[in-house]
Design a protein around this ligand. Structure first.
Ligand code: ADP
Ligand code: 5SP
Length: 538
């Protein structure tokens, strides 16, 4: 074994409910894994689903000290699992997007002066933060600030054009503005502001870490075409913000070497590199190792679509982030609220509360459902912003008053179920196309999330998207993506790579395919993938 082959990589994912860690070998096999669940492992913080609800409607926060304590624990658990951290050459991480952490002057000082004889949480305690209850992505209390920021820069279209998203309540810019307006003392005393991802990176680095382009795209503050902070948006948010945010970096940037604290307490090598941390959604895209032809369709509680785009679309209701591994490209993300919860309701109402029976009914009807169609937005949908149900049949046309009214109900449960699933898939396809995804011969769909276990639903997906569908059962793409980026960033910063002509430096996608040539598409997941469908004939 060469000395290179002994190298390992570490990835972290600080998601809403838990902190996870994985150590990968040189050949990307899992050596050790550990996790800390906030609700059960850190009960003192009284979280439900990883968060604390505030006294106001839509108010959600977390005490950042809980995350610090979770880091102490997850590293201990990794070691108990047999992890030898002295072999880690690079580490990176992912975290829930949009949350903001407010460092005090003391906090920044403490980061650089950690004592290896003490736990992290005994040093990075409440006094490290000017705000001890940090707003997270679930918080929806900033409608006023969203409106003000859009107004200030010339309207919603301008916000979408500059930052890739209209102002959303959970996005960091409106959240920071709320703190500036409602807690001016806190804002004044805040030395630096981190995202959850850069907060975690900061602890490893022993210094406040820069925000990366991809996660920074979820703030309504970053000009995604120029890859710089947008002065218009900063001005619309809060004064003297740029110095508090610091520089931006690419998501594969080497930030520096790990802090001495970790060398002495956990036996890391002093040369271990800390790579920029990013948001969990961009990190999930890197964990799947997909090229441009792939569309990810996650069928979880809500349905989420992710894609790579060459141009930033001016699309009001989606999110456009700078791509995490190819900064010339963009990542498009669409969220649909009426996903599994609607499918669950139909399973109960029409399918005897059984997925098997639901699937039988779905398969009873042919593709196209004899022209019977439906769209069910039981909750207010995000795209389009509507609520309600519309059913129609092959005789309905725009001149037909039945279309406007909608048909009350189809006559058979199988027609209902087929109309629901075909309607959902057609809707996702149409919006992905509006966002700029180019469907073609090479299109591949990667299905994930709870409902991707249902082969009848996946079959409809293949029919509607007219493309092969692959099912990914592993749900830890964000975590794996973090460890993969650690490896790729090590390659990019390796002396041999730095000598290469820029043309000869491998892209992220090529790098992983060359590394694991026996793995076809979706390298790391191959053993879990079943090709369920090839192209369908009409
Ligand atoms: N066999 C199945 N067929 C269709 N849907 C399923 C099946 N099994 C689970 N689901 C759906 O998966 C959903 C949960 O998906 P999951 O990805 O675990 O959610 P989360 O968003 O919480 O991660 C459930 O609400 C359920 O509707
Ligand atoms: O707000 C968003 C994306 O815009 C969420 O997806 C968060 O990034 C939280 O992710 P999880 O921890 O729940 O996976």
């Amino acid at each position: 074994m060469t000395s290179h082959e002994l190298e390992t990589y570490l990835g972290f994912d600080l998601s809403t409910q838990k902190l996870k860690a994985v150590q990968l070998s040189y050949t990307l096999d899992i050596l050790a894994q550990a996790e800390v669940k906030f609700d059960t492992d850190l009960q003192g913080f009284r979280t439900v689903g990883g968060v604390n609800a505030g006294s106001k409607k839509q108010e959600y926060f977390v005490q950042p000290v809980m995350w610090v304590k979770a880091l102490d624990m997850v590293l201990d658990r990794l070691i108990v699992q047999g992890a030898d951290l002295s072999t880690v050459v690079a580490l990176s991480g992912a975290a829930q997007q949009h949350g903001s952490i407010y460092w005090s002057h003391h906090g920044v000082h403490i980061l650089a002066n950690l004592d290896p004889d003490k736990f992290l949480h005994m040093q990075i305690d409440d006094s490290a933060f000017t705000l001890t209850r940090t707003p997270i992505w679930m918080d929806g209390t900033t409608s006023k600030q969203c409106h003000e920021m859009e107004e200030a820069i010339g309207g919603r279209d301008e916000m979408v054009k500059l930052t890739g998203s209209k102002c959303y309540e959970r996005f960091t810019g409106p959240q920071i503005r709320k703190i500036y307006q409602q807690r001016p003392d806190v804002y004044e005393n805040t030395e630096r502001i981190s995202l959850v991802s850069s907060f975690l990176a900061s602890i490893f680095l022993g210094d406040v870490a820069p925000i990366d382009y991809s996660d920074g795209s979820g703030m309504n503050l970053l000009n995604i075409e120029k890859k710089i902070w947008s002065q218009e948006c900063l001005n619309a948010c809060a004064p003297d913000l740029e110095t508090r945010l610091g520089n931006l970096v690419s998501s594969t940037e080497v930030l520096g070497e790990i802090s001495q604290f970790f060398v002495q307490r956990f036996n890391f090598s002093a040369n271990c590199k800390v790579i920029a941390f990013t948001g969990d959604n961009p990190s999930a895209l890197t964990g799947m190792i997909l090229d441009r032809d792939w569309l990810v369709l996650s069928l979880g509680t809500s349905d989420t679509v992710m894609m790579t785009l060459q141009e930033p679309p001016k699309f009001e209701e989606g999110h456009v982030f700078i791509h995490p591994t190819d900064t010339k490209n963009y990542m498009g993300m669409l969220c649909f609220r009426n996903g599994s919860l609607v499918r669950d309701k139909f399973k109960q109402a029409e399918g005897n509360n059984s997925w098997d029976y639901f699937s039988e009914l779905l398969e009873l009807m042919p593709r196209g459902n004899f022209g019977n169609m439906a769209l069910h937005f039981m909750n207010q949908e995000i795209i389009p912003n509507v609520k309600g149900t519309l059913r129609w049949n092959k005789d309905s046309s725009s001149s037909n008053p039945e279309l406007a009214k909608g048909i009350a109900k189809f006559t058979s449960p199988q027609t209902e179920i087929r109309a629901l699933i075909e309607g959902q898939m057609l809707h996702r396809r149409a919006i992905a196309s509006d966002m700029g995804f180019l469907f073609g011969e090479n299109t591949r769909i990667l299905a994930t999330g709870g409902a991707s276990a249902n082969k009848s639903i996946v079959q409809v997906m293949a029919d509607v998207f007219n493309a092969p569908v692959y099912v990914q059962s592993d749900t830890e793409a964000a975590l794996m993506g973090a460890a993969y980026r650690a490896k790729y960033a090590s390659y990019l910063s390796d002396e041999e790579t730095l000598k290469l002509d820029p043309e000869d430096i491998q892209s992220y996608y090529t790098f992983f395919h060359n590394l694991l040539p026996h793995h076809a598409q979706c390298t790391r997941w191959r053993e879990m993938i079943t090709v369920l469908m090839t192209q369908q004939q009409d």
